[in-house]
Design a protein around this ligand. Structure first.
Ligand SMILES: [Zn+2]
Length: 416
């Protein structure tokens, strides 16, 4: 837990600390933790930033208690499509007893590592956007394209009452988005990972019916036997994908289908053979997989398991939009070119899980998932999540180059 010495300093300003780091730590202390995030405090914090920076602030309540906050820096040619810098305000729960420090104190150790839930996912990025814009505004810079920062709730629980609703609202359409940046992942090496697509999550519950009876007898066609066959087919497929990832060196987790058996249900008593059982699977499918053929395969495995085997979807995402990483793409050319100018090594991947970028892409806008954290272990959702202040500060510098470049992309064919 939090050492005595630092707890006294909490909330006090360290005169030697970079003010951007102080602001980051302040934001980390707002408890926007699921399942009951303090969104009101986050919105108040963002309103304060908007007035500090002289940015327009718009709040869109997509459903009760779920507000999207948009800070806007108007371009000199606001007719052009805008740049959207998106981040989510919520963070995942913690097991406090497993943390070295209080996860909402934003303790900084002598190496400059800042420990807090959200340090990587993704309060760092929110403050990096803000601080890059603060710097550019202080330098008196102006760019043709409008830049919007959107701060959205509920990403960590699927974004259904957040970005998924927002992209369908007239207020989103009015943003006139040309290109979006959203979250990525840390990379322990020198390289920065960027994500141009995401897997489709499918949550499937397979229900099997069978003959019931007394637990002392050999009943024919029991639910358990059928479920055994279903689980075997699904887990054999899992093993094949796992081996493929292991043996083909160029593949990453984003390139193969992951599958896990996550829940088993059924039965009422030790001595009763039940007439119904079920198994739940979490499947994540790369955007390059033929979804129709994949579902036919699932159906075939269920059919082969016997009579009375059915499945239902609890989540079935089918949009497979990917953002272009071709040199001919004007947005990618500027994004990757600017990174190259800063001597950054990029690695393009499919995001192994799901983020709000999928809703932006599904709405027809290119989006790149990018959290500028190299030389950093991937600790999202882990105990003792931290980010080093030097890596954090370098991220501000990176955005201070990316934002001007993207906001100055010349008018595209469709905009003339
Ligand atoms: Zn996140």
């Amino acid at each position: 837990m939090l050492p005595e010495k630092d707890s006294k300093r909490l909330g006090e300003k360290d005169p030697k600390e970079d003010p951007s780091v102080t602001l980051f730590r302040e934001y980390l202390r707002i408890k926007t933790v699921q399942p009951e995030p303090d969104y009101d405090s986050a919105v108040k914090f963002l309103e304060r930033i908007a007035s500090e920076l002289g940015l327009q602030c718009q709040k869109v309540e997509v459903c009760p208690g779920r507000v999207i906050t948009i800070l806007t820096w108007k371009g000199t040619n606001p007719q052009l499509r805008s740049i959207l810098l998106n981040s989510h305000t919520d963070v995942v729960p913690v097991f406090e007893e497993s943390w070295r420090y209080d996860p909402f104190a934003a303790f900084k150790d002598s190496d400059g590592n800042i420990y807090a839930r959200g340090a990587q996912d993704m309060k760092c990025v929110s403050i990096q956007y803000i601080e890059a814009i603060r710097r550019l505004k202080a330098e008196g810079r102006h760019f043709p394209r409008t830049v919007h920062m959107s701060f959205v709730p509920d990403e960590e629980i699927g974004g259904h009452k957040g970005m998924e609703m927002f992209v369908k609202r007239p207020e989103f359409i009015t943003l006139n988005v040309g290109f979006a940046l959203d979250e990525g992942l840390a990379n322990p090496s020198d390289t920065f990972t960027v994500f141009y697509g995401e897997k489709c999550p499918w949550w499937i519950k397979v229900k099997v019916e069978g003959n019931p009876g007394h637990g002392s007898r050999f009943i024919e066609d029991t639910a358990a036997e059928k479920l055994h066959r279903v689980i075997t087919s699904f887990l054999e497929f899992r093993e094949r994908e796992k081996q493929r990832l292991k043996s083909e060196k160029h593949l990453t987790l984003g390139d193969v289908t992951s599958l896990n058996l996550t829940m088993l249900n059924g039965g009422i008593s030790f001595n009763v053979v039940p007439c119904e059982m079920s198994a739940a699977f979490d499947i994540r499918i790369p955007p390059t997989v033929d979804l129709k053929a994949f579902e036919e395969q699932l159906t075939a495995w269920c059919r082969a398991a016997g009579e009375g085997v059915t499945y239902e979807f609890h989540q079935k995402y089918t949009d497979q939009s990917m953002t272009s990483t071709e040199e001919s793409d004007p947005w990618w050319k500027v994004f990757s070119g600017t990174c190259k100018d800063m001597n950054m090594k990029l690695k393009c991947e499919i995001f192994p899980a799901a983020t709000d970028s999928r809703y932006i892409r599904a709405a027809g806008h290119p989006a790149i998932g990018f959290s500028p954290m190299n030389r950093t272990p991937v600790l999202l959702h882990d105990h003792n999540e931290f980010l080093n202040e030097q890596v954090f500060l370098r991220g501000i510098e990176i955005y201070a180059h990316l934002i001007p470049a993207l906001a100055s992309v010349p008018p595209l064919q469709a905009e003339i």
